[in-house]
Ligand binder design. Sequence first.
Ligand code: PMP
Length: 439
Amino acid sequence: MSTSGHLPDRPGSRSLDPHLGRYAARAEGMTASEVRALFAVASRPEVVSLAGGMPNLAALPLDFLSDQIASIVADEGLVALQYGSAHGVPLLREQICEVMALEGVTGHPDDLVVTVGSQMALDLVTRIFIDPGDIVLAEGPSYVGALGTFASYQADVRHVVMDEHGLVPEALRAALAAADQAGRRVKFLYTIPNFNNPAGVTLAVARRAEVLDICARHDVLVIEDNPYGLLGFDGQVYPALRSMDADNVIYLGSFSKTFASGLRVGWALAPHAVREKLVLAAESAALCPPTLNQLVVSRYLATHDWKGQIKSFQTMYRDRRDALLAGLAQYMPAGCTWTKPDGGFFVWLTVPEGVDTKAMQPRAVTARVAYVPGTGFYADGFGSRQMRLSFCYPPPERITEGVRRLAGVLAEELDLLRTFGPTASRSLSGPQTPTPDTA
Ligand code: PMP
């Protein structure tokens, strides 16, 4: 097993990392996420993966795109293949402002920084605001990639509970009061208001102003992470938090889910005063975002019916969501509950007391179905009775089959629980090789 968690050790290499004593303290917080650790297993063809969050690109107009990319290189090659500004291509920044206008945001292109995916924007924002030990509030559960970033800057993450209407304002007040009482500084609230990853829930519009008001009163910045906002299954679009408070919200956006994740084009729209620090941080991280990729996105927005394309993504993901929800209703044993997302990629499943989803995972892999255990989405060890199921990638009939397999594993697990006690206390071997898929 590799000590870095992703590269296989070379034969004969020592498994103990000889550099252990050299790492900066912040590297201690860097560990492979539950999602990545699962990636290899879940990618096997016989396994139905309800684990990864890969967007489904099959509906993209590939011939059109390859013509466009060829013509960008032919017509603008000397610009497209050159360094650009850390701020991003000016035309693309204007176009992104038009995209955000769909959610009521009226940002100025000067206050927008193009990044290498919104993941980089998350990193930059954390870098410029967080000192080790600063408190970050995040929904519980929250996006695993954000938790990884916060850990790498040694933030102290405190979770705020959600219900089916998203973040609970009362719980936010309580978390802020607890920090005040302890004399601790909360730097920002990190929130995914629309079609939350992993919970699938959306912050009720009626709660949005209240959440913003609470944060403003406590002098706490809001980081609004919104990669799924345009993927409402009925075409519904919710007003961005940023549209309600331009001075205290940094909005993070992405083309990963609405166009192409591999282009790695995202952005941050910041209050004017913050913009300069963000650009400086972006410069030191990457000099500039890739020019060619920005021009590809810009050309796509200018020449393609991108809104129609998003509509077709909505339909495709809705069909998959429907398959997952129908499968859960048909197969899941009594005592399981789950969220019912109206957009995005994810359902959050809670299993009966006593079942530990992480300990159960090897059995699921043996049964050729993969999910992500809930603990990966919490910084504090919570989530052992939960799991994230994603419906974005497999076709509907595979999703149905995946849920059937998962339900079988859970039913067995519940039998074992009745006979032998909680999962976590039973010894389980690691993932076994699944038998060939005959289903
Ligand atoms: N935020 C959330 C909530 C996400 O789900 C993801 C991707 N899974 C990201 C940010 C990062 O997306 P990207 O870097 O591809 O824009």
